[in-house]
Design a protein around this ligand. Structure first.
Ligand code: ADP
Length: 590
């Protein structure tokens, strides 16, 4: 609106205000007061925000047409009430005392005053404020054009008092019903938006799903939801409205500030300029209104925490329809829910990107590992071959023989590292097939125990197995399970002094299978336990270092177990022993 031009009078759609029953009750009061007290016109208005809207008009069709649904600013009525004569509940302002622009106050009847000292003048004002239970003004009953042509006398005034009470009662009820209906409508919109916003759908479909409930809940003819580009992620939501860039960027600026203030911005011919707009932004908003062909719009900032993430623009074609206080605060609530959905979706996209990146890296790592290990295998085989040849030569003695023996040990150790690296590359490869079909765990366990038995016997270690009678099914690849158990068993043997016990247990737990390998060996310090499953970790404990090892066995075990959706745990005490427990999923039963 350009300055100086009067704002068009706002209006509400009376047919959809409150409910039919309440509107009928108001009409009945209006027609009764007119008929019983002898007036041609009776109007009941309701306060909404800064305006008062005529919601029931009794009178000629001209009067009804001119007044019904039309607003009068409260600021114009209040001063008249101040200077009025006190007639009990009614206030009377004789035409010669009226200060306001009467046209702006309502409808002026086409009436010529009769020739009498107390004749009614077309500009006379007879109104009664209608109050709520707390004494707040919720509306107005005004009457005009007495049949007698005279200002009402004592009998009429007495009668009028009774109708004020009735009008007040009917209006209170109608207002309550209207507020209730509006809240239900907005709550329903909010409920549906929350439902979509918390769904796992991608952002575009969430925003799309929110359209219908928002249009319906806010009785809007136009809706644009748009998120702003952020951290490399593009804008989402409604297609561009085709507004010039400078208009769009100005509107975004003011919307960002509106989010800081937690308020909405209303732009329309019937709404005064919000203090948050600067001149350029206000011009841009007018331009947007004009180009979209809307009568009014409510710009609602979308956000989460301190950050404005986008906006929702709700528009109505009719410039006189107002955005109620409940609609304004309801819109902000809904915008917070959508804002949360935007944040969730951004986090999800970022996570997905990270997962893709990590998978790529893991794949690259296992490719490098496997290439390097394969490249080492051939020269290593040559070294071992020559060492073997030299070893077989009986003419080599003394220092030279000792050197060959050292070479042999080094080559064997390298071969072990290369083998373990190849296994690690294989189990770490994200391209490898996932969890497997269920299979019987016991035969795999018994095989692994049998393989270890020779080494155990060499150290006088007792190896015992405990397993349930019934078959225990586990979701794991047989080769992988064998590798895990063999690693744990060989460690138990390696890190146990002569004479001791190694217990292997198989148990079916709720939805899980537990495989436990417990020894009475050298144990692991709490500090070492924290790093046990990382690649190349070997304990600093001299008793442990004395044993050959690559520090890759437990890392391989953990990778295998985790890729089968299981976990591996350790309990240990230095000098007492260690218990390693592998938990793997069992197939769902029933
Ligand atoms: P490696 O045995 O080849 O060194 P592992 O990854 O299997 O590699 O084990 C890592 C380290 O964990 C070992 O060096 C050892 O210090 C410690 N460890 C593993 N199992 C046991 C055990 N049963 N008792 C004591 N220490 C153990």
């Amino acid at each position: 609106m350009t300055d100086g031009t009067p704002l068009p009078r706002p209006q509400i759609d009376v047919a959809s205000w409150s409910d039919a029953g309440s509107r009928d009750a108001l009409d009945l009061v209006a027609s009764s007061v007119a008929e019983m007290v002898g007036f041609e016109i009776a109007i009941i208005s309701v306060v909404r925000g800064e305006q008062m809207y005529a919601v029931s008009v009794e009178g000629s069709s001209d009067a009804t047409h001119a007044m019904l649904g039309v607003a009068t600013p409260i600021s114009m009525v209040l001063p008249e009430l101040e200077r009025a004569d006190d007639w009990g509940r009614f206030r009377f302002v004789p035409h010669d005392r009226l200060a306001a622009d009467v046209e702006a106050l309502g409808w002026v009847p086409d009436l010529t005053p009769i020739d009498a000292p107390d004749a009614w003048h077309p500009l006379d004002l007879l109104i009664a404020p209608l109050l709520d239970a707390d004494g707040e003004m919720i509306g107005l009953l005004s009457i005009d054009v007495p049949m007698s042509g005279l200002r009402p006398g004592p009998t009429q005034r007495h009668l009028l008092e009774r109708y004020v009470v009735q009008a007040e009662r009917a209006l209170r009820m109608a207002v309550e019903r209207d507020e209730l209906a509006e809240r239900i409508r907005l709550a329903e919109a909010a409920r549906r938006v929350i439902g979509f916003a918390t769904s796992q759908d991608d952002l575009e479909s969430v925003l799309d799903d929110c359209r219908h409930p928002l249009l319906e809940g806010f009785r809007a003819d136009f809706l644009a939801i748009r998120t702003y580009p952020h951290g490399g992620q593009p804008a989402a939501g409604s297609p561009s409205t085709g507004l010039p860039d400078h208009v769009v960027s100005r509107i975004r600026d003011v919307v960002r500030r509106a989010w800081d203030r937690q308020q909405v911005l209303v732009v329309g011919a019937a709404s005064p300029r919000d203090a948050l707009f600067d001149d350029d932004e206000w011009t841009a908003a007018q331009e947007a209104l004009e180009q979209t062909g809307l009568g009014s719009m409510m710009a609602v900032p979308l956000g989460a925490g301190r950050e404005a993430l986008g906006h929702v623009i709700l528009g109505r074609k009719d410039p006189t329809l107002q955005w109620s206080p409940d609609e304004r605060s309801g819109a902000l609530d809904v915008a917070r829910d959508i804002g949360q959905a935007v944040v969730n979706s951004r986090n999800l996209t970022r996570e997905q990107q990270m997962v893709r990146e990590l998978r790529r890296l893991a794949s690259y790592k296992s490719e490098v590992l496997s290439t390097v290990s394969h490249e080492l295998k051939n020269p290593l085989a040559a070294v071992s071959g020559y060492v073997e040849m030299l070893d077989a030569d009986p003419s080599i003695t003394g220092d030279a023989r000792r050197s060959i023996e050292a070479l042999d040990r080094a080559a064997r150790r390298m071969a072990r590292v290369v083998d373990d690296l190849l296994v690690l590359a294989e189990v770490e490869d994200p391209e490898r097939a996932g969890p497997s079909e269920p299979m019987d765990a016991l035969p795999v366990l018994l095989d692994a125990v049998e393989l270890t038995r020779v080494a155990a016997r060499r150290r006088n270690l007792v190896l015992e197995v405990t397993a349930p009678e019934e078959t225990v099914l586990v979701c794991c690849d047989a080769g992988d399970l064998d590798r895990v158990l063999t690693n744990l068993l060989s460690n138990a043997v390696k890190y146990s002094p002569a004479r001791g016990r190694i217990s292997v247990t198989l148990e079916a737990r709720e939805g899980q299978v537990a495989l436990t390998v417990a020894d009475e060996g050298i144990g692991i310090s709490p500090i070492d336990q924290d790093r046990l499953f990382t690649e190349f970790f070997r304990s600093t404990n001299p008793q442990a270092v004395a044993q050959p090892g690559t520090g890759l066995g437990l890392a391989i075990c953990r990778r295998i177990v985790e890729r089968h959706d299981g976990r591996i745990e350790v309990e240990s005490e230095l000098g007492v022993g260690s218990t390693f427990r592998v938990l793997l999923p069992s197939p769902e039963t029933g």
